[in-house]
Design a binder for this molecule. Structure first.
Ligand code: FA5
Ligand code: MG
Length: 430
């Protein structure tokens, strides 16, 4: 289950954002420029028109709404999907090649460079996300300020590209979500958005309804993609809900003993097309998680590996290594893992404070431990009627991908976490 998924409901608590604010002002976002450095004063060199706008203001600020951590900020210039020998770059290229072939004589356009700092309008309103939808909360999304966020999905670019005249396109980019921590979830990951618009003659010439055309083209295109990538593999369609599509589906693939959700998709809501003056047309759209597909394709067991600098990882990936259907393709062979270190912490939640949430806890731990935190897991929860209070016990798994951790180092991290749990999340340690 995706916690911050677009298919789920309404904000239930007015969670306050408590992000740590150490020495953050003065860090200029314009230094980042999404893989293409922008010089501070001047204009970016050669950007497509919609890339120019963002990154001119600060990203780490004291704005009361700002909840971007330095850990996340550091990820903004990484652009793993632009590295041709990185598994994400390899997979992106393979998918683009697949779409280059399926577009009959109407080719798909590829956008890999759209900046991840977008307006709340683009991220939410332009794709009909209701004002009370859970994904808008500061518990789930990184806000730069009231009107600006780190995009939490590539759907943020649908409307602007339709308005700019694109009819078939793929957008690949980094997306950001405050989320839980485990082997398949990371607060920064990469999505590829696909959109394809059909003309009235497309469905009339086939004698079917516009909805049936979009629906069947969507499913056959994506099933074809999955077969191209994986050959014979178990997959299943799940009915889903997204504000921007109807009907909506998710596709799951069986991997490492469980069903892994790899993409969401559907027939685009007409009102989005109308907003782009395309009211007489129909379209499908999908958004897929590149990490999830790459994990299956290359047999990568942990999503954090995409961020490692260890040459034992990077040496195993090379542009052009993909083989259709995965047949005869070299998979990732895991090198030995360093030992984990477990730390439990139990605490009472404050009765009249909404500061504590699991996402905020994860964010806090990540802020302290960076890549050294592998998993945060709730292992016990109970309510004491006598105290009228709830107790949680969390287990933290610390592990480095690169080396053995020492006891002292983990104890120091855990001490900081415990301290900040009390001072920032208002819990009482047990
Ligand atoms: C979306 O983001 C929709 N915008 C997708 C979409 C586009 C639907 C167009 C319809 C039309 P969702 O929140 O389910 O949906 O995320 C899409 C995919 O991103 C998931 O299927 C999963 O593969 C991946 N994903 C989601 N959260 C994470 C995470 N924390 N870490 C890694 N991958 C994730
Ligand atoms: Mg989902």
């Amino acid at each position: 289950m995706e916690r911050a998924s677009f298919r789920t409901g309404i904000i239930h608590s007015s969670t306050k954002n408590i992000a740590h604010r150490a020495a953050r002002s003065g860090i200029q976002a314009s230094a980042v420029a999404h893989g293409r450095r922008i010089n501070r004063e001047g204009m970016p060199n050669l950007f497509h028109f919609y890339q120019i706008l963002t990154f001119t203001s600060e990203i780490l600020t004291d704005d009361p709404k700002n909840n971007v951590s330095e850990y996340i900020y550091d990820k903004l210039d990484k652009n793993l999907h632009l590295l041709s020998d990185h598994p994400l770059g390899i997979l992106k290229t393979v998918i683009q090649e697949y779409f280059a072939r399926t577009g009959d004589n109407k080719p798909f356009t590829f956008y890999d460079n759209l900046a991840p700092v977008v307006s709340t309008y683009a991220n939410f309103d332009s794709v009909l996300v209701p004002v009370d939808h859970i994904s808008r909360s500061s518990n789930d999304t990184y806000y730069v300020n009231e009107n600006t966020v780190l995009r939490c999905h590539t759907s943020a670019h649908q409307l602007e590209l339709l308005k700019a005249g694109s009819r078939r396109f793929l957008v690949t980019g980094d997306v950001y979500r405050r989320d839980s921590i485990d082997a398949t979830h990371f607060p920064v990951f990469h999505q590829m958005e696909g959109v394809c618009v059909f003309e009235p003659e497309d469905w009339k010439s086939r004698g079917i309804s516009s909805l049936d055309l979009a629906n069947s083209e969507l499913k056959s295109t994506l099933e074809g993609l999955v077969r191209h990538l994986f050959g014979e593999i178990e997959m299943r369609w799940i009915d889903a809900y997204f504000p921007f599509t109807d009907p909506s589906y998710e596709l799951e693939i069986f991997f490492n003993g469980e069903w892994l959700e790899v993409l969401g998709c559907g027939v685009m809501q007409s009102s989005i097309l109308e907003a782009a003056s395309l009211g007489d047309k129909r379209a499908w759209a999908f958004g897929l998680g590149l990490e999830r597909l790459a994990m299956i394709l290359f047999n990568i067991p942990d999503i954090r590996l995409f961020w490692t600098n260890d040459s034992r990882f990077s040496n195993q990936f090379k542009a052009g290594m993909f083989r259709a259907g995965g047949l005869g393709m070299r998979k990732f062979s895991s090198y030995s893992k360093f030992p984990p270190c477990y730390k439990d912490v139990s605490f009472w939640l404050a009765k009249d404070s909404t500061r504590f949430t699991e996402n905020t806890l994860c964010e806090l731990v990540r802020d302290v431990a960076g890549n050294l935190i592998e998993e945060v897991k709730l292992i016990d929860e109970f309510y004491s009627p006598k105290l009228d209070q709830t107790s949680n016990c969390f287990r933290f798994t610390y592990r480095s991908m690169e080396r053995s951790l020492t006891d002292e180092e983990v104890n120091r991290l855990q001490e900081q976490v415990r301290h900040r749990l009390v001072s920032e999340l208002e819990v009482t340690l047990r």
